[in-house]
Design a protein around this ligand. Structure first.
Ligand code: HEC
Ligand code: HEC
Length: 190
């Protein structure tokens, strides 16, 4: 009898301890998960902000060019469908691959990101939220967003941009950061 009472006390104590420990471990896991997610997004943001991406995601009525992000030469316009004006469509000059020894950038379906996907002037937090917002990102859920960033040819062009600077991390590391961000809950900075 005495033994069984002692035993159940011990069992209760063990049980309480394990509940507390499990709770603490869960909290720690959650913290490190969101921490990992924010770290992954910080790497992604460095790429999104790079001129190779930003030149096509402007908030104005024209594309930009070069590392100093100057206005596209010859007064090229956004146009009604983000593909230039009638006499100056993007595809008049931009082919499906880089041309003129890389001087004229090219990739399939070369055109400007629509204004809902304009990133200029957004803080990291707002850029992150815009990216995930299906009303602004072209109706993409998280797996479609990951697919876009790891497979879309306009995105991948940034690492095959003739003699222009590539984004600050490798294409492989970018893909890895995108997948890690999604896997860890796609957290956004405030
Ligand atoms: C030649 C122009 C061009 C370049 C360069 C470009 N994009 Fe885009 N981007 C677009 C267009 C056009 C769309 C819209 C495509 C659609 O919805 O089908 C888009 C859409 C996106 C989207 C989905 C919408 C959103 O805002 O969430 C992401 C993410 C994206 N681009 C990432 C990038 C990244 C990262 C780079 C650079 C590594 C890049 N893009 C470079 C033209 C470009
Ligand atoms: C008349 C020809 C012509 C037309 C039309 C044209 N482009 Fe260009 N574009 C060029 C040339 C040439 C370059 C390279 C300029 C350089 O690097 O000196 C260029 C460069 C760019 C770049 C810069 C890439 C970078 O990161 O430096 C972007 C972005 C771009 N064009 C987008 C567009 C979009 C979007 C359209 C249609 C709305 C368009 N262009 C229409 C000729 C054209």
């Amino acid at each position: 009898m005495r033994f069984s009472i002692r035993f159940s006390h011990a069992a209760v104590a063990t049980c309480i301890a394990s509940i507390l420990c499990a709770g603490a471990a869960d909290a720690q896991l959650a913290d490190s998960t969101s921490e990992q997610s924010l770290q992954a997004f910080a790497r992604i943001a460095e790429v999104l902000r790079h001129p190779r991406c930003m030149n096509c995601h402007p908030s104005g009525d024209f594309p930009r060019q070069g590392d100093d992000r100057h206005r596209h030469q010859m007064l090229v316009q956004r146009g009604p469908a983000d593909r230039g004006g009638p006499a100056m469509e993007c595809s008049t000059c931009h082919q499906t691959v880089n041309a003129a020894e890389g001087r004229v950038p090219g990739a399939p379906n070369w055109h400007l990101a629509p204004l809902t996907m304009a990133w200029e002037g957004l803080s990291d937090g707002n850029l992150c939220r815009a990216l995930k917002d299906p009303t602004r990102n072209g109706g993409r859920n998280m797996s479609a967003l990951v697919r876009h960033m790891t497979e879309d040819q306009l995105v991948q062009w940034a690492w095959n941009a003739g003699d222009r600077l590539s984004p600050p991390i490798s294409q492989f590391d970018f893909h890895e950061a995108v997948r890690r961000w999604a896997r860890t809950g796609a957290g956004c900075p405030p």
